[in-house]
Design a binder for this molecule. Structure first.
Ligand code: HEM
Length: 456
């Protein structure tokens, strides 16, 4: 079996580039080695793949041909060993079956008004001419959305403390030093409160305490039937029973809650922050989005907004040009497979590289140009446009995240003109934040109220 070319550089250098400037590093590698190449990272023998035909085969692999959960062990300190991210086989299938329905179809559309209201609430105190931090705004809105949709939490001390601790933990792990600790098991030592890992553990245990307190309260509510008709995801997890009729343990529920909290909030917030940046750069696109919304009448229905084609194309282009997850979860082969025309032996971890696929010029001419129209001019297959991955490990929040992005952006542009906070601002560049990649700066916006604001 002839393997693809292997990156010729010391492992520490490969890791340094992957963490420090991953996009430039990938651009250089693809130019030199092509659509399949091997490298060594976090102890994995990784194949980086950017040929859409090979990606289509990757998505079609049977779950028995690879493991993903065990290769995600890097995330265990954060999400716990029962998280869906760390599971494989039957346990993984079972959790997916449980978690998918609330993020799709009818159930999801009930969150439409919630998202518009939260966006309006967050901007209610803005004054015309004020400068606001776009990234922080998006983090707050997406975190509140998840807390309400997943936990059913709306107000109170616990809600605020979970919100604060989640933000603190993500900021800590997203900083350059936090990222280094996350990717290096040997650095993950608890040397007390004053060591970075010690901090992380202390914050995590405070968050755990709050999550367990919420789980206990809700278990009691369910036992006495005093919870009313709750439709949030925590209620579903509490009610779930396995084949033997056993409920999930509190530790399992905690791991799933924290997974959804972290996977569902930071990713969407980063994508929305990029979207804000592109809006400030392209006033004609803002006009076009507004015109499209205007076709829906005075009080547009949130679900109708999410079906608007140009708004959809704008969000897709945002997710294409700088995908939050530059590569998919590893698929570590348990048997030899061929993807595209390339054969791989068991033991290699296949990484579909979203960033490189999204930059292929034959699919996306002038790939560095932000041009939503490309999504109106032709359609792309699941392995050509893949910000949410695919196959048996695809993102369970895919529909929810896009729904949320569209409603937050539509609500903002209906009510506000968005300019840049400072003239001559240096454009943000993609920078690593832990396992994700997002804009380097806070995206400062100067906001001006439009009159009269539209109602949703
Ligand atoms: C713009 C926002 C988002 C992006 C770009 C994104 C991207 C991704 C990607 C690339 C994967 C891995 C797919 C693969 O390897 O094939 C993934 C998995 C996952 N995502 Fe998302 N995601 C987003 C939002 C969300 C939301 C809102 C939730 C839930 C609240 C969520 C929950 C998950 C979970 C639980 C998995 C693991 C699925 C599994 O292992 O079976 N994500 N996401």
């Amino acid at each position: 079996m002839t393997l693809p070319p292997r990156l010729f550089a010391p492992r520490a250098w490969q890791m340094f580039r992957w963490l420090r400037d991953p996009l430039k590093f990938l651009d250089e590698c693809v130019d030199r080695y092509g659509s399949h190449f091997l490298m060594n990272l976090v102890g994995l023998n990784m194949a980086i793949i950017s040929d859409p035909k090979a990606i289509a085969d990757l998505f079609a692999l049977d779950p028995s041909q690879f493991t993903s959960g065990s290769s995600n062990s890097l995330l265990e300190p954060l999400v716990g060993s029962s998280s869906i991210l760390l599971l494989d086989d039957r346990a993984h299938r079972r959790q997916r079956k449980l978690l998918l329905p609330p993020f799709h179809g009818e159930r999801m559309t009930t969150y439409g008004k919630l998202i518009c209201d939260l966006t309006r609430h967050q901007t209610a105190t803005w004054q015309s001419g004020q400068v606001v931090g776009g990234r922080q705004l998006m983090q707050t809105i997406t975190l509140k959305t998840i807390l309400q949709a997943v936990f059913g939490l709306v107000a109170g001390d616990r809600y605020h403390r979970i919100q604060q601790l989640t933000t603190t933990i993500l900021d800590l792990l997203g900083s350059p030093i936090g990222t280094l600790f996350l990717f290096n098991r040997s650095l993950q030592q608890d040397w007390g409160q004053w060591s970075p890992w010690g901090w992380f553990l202390a914050y995590r245990s405070q968050l755990d305490e709050l999550l367990y307190a919420e789980i206990t309260d809700r278990q009691a509510e369910q036992a006495t039937g005093s919870g009313g008709d709750r439709t949030d995801i925590l209620s579903l997890l509490l009610a779930a029973r396995d084949e033997a009729g056993q409920p999930m343990t509190s530790a399992e529920i905690r791991d799933e809650l924290i997974t959804l909290l972290l996977a569902g909030h930071e990713t969407t917030a980063i994508s929305l922050s990029w979207a804000l940046w592109w809006l400030t750069q392209n006033p004609e696109m803002v006009d076009r989005i507004r015109q499209e919304i205007a076709t829906l009448g005075d009080r547009p229905d949130p679900v109708a907004i999410t079906r608007l084609p140009y708004l959809n194309a704008f969000c897709q282009e945002t997710l294409r040009i700088y995908p939050v997850a530059i590569a998919l979860f590893p698929r570590s082969l348990t048997q030899p497979v061929t993807v595209g025309n390339q054969a791989y032996p068991s033991g290699v971890s296949l990484f579909g590289c979203t960033y490189l696929v999204h930059r292929r010029p034959e699919l996306y001419p002038n790939p560095e140009q932000f041009r939503p129209e490309r999504f109106l001019e032709r359609s792309f297959t699941a392995s050509e446009f893949m910000p949410f991955g695919g196959g048996s490990r695809s993102c369970i929040g895919m529909a929810f995240a896009q729904f949320e992005m569209k409603l937050v952006l539509a609500t903002l542009v209906m009510d506000w003109d968005l300019g840049l906070g400072y003239a001559g601002l240096v454009p943000p560049v993609p920078a690593r934040r832990g396992v994700t990649v997002g804009p380097s700066g806070p995206i400062r916006l100067r906001v001006t109220r439009r009159t009269p604001p539209a109602e949703v």
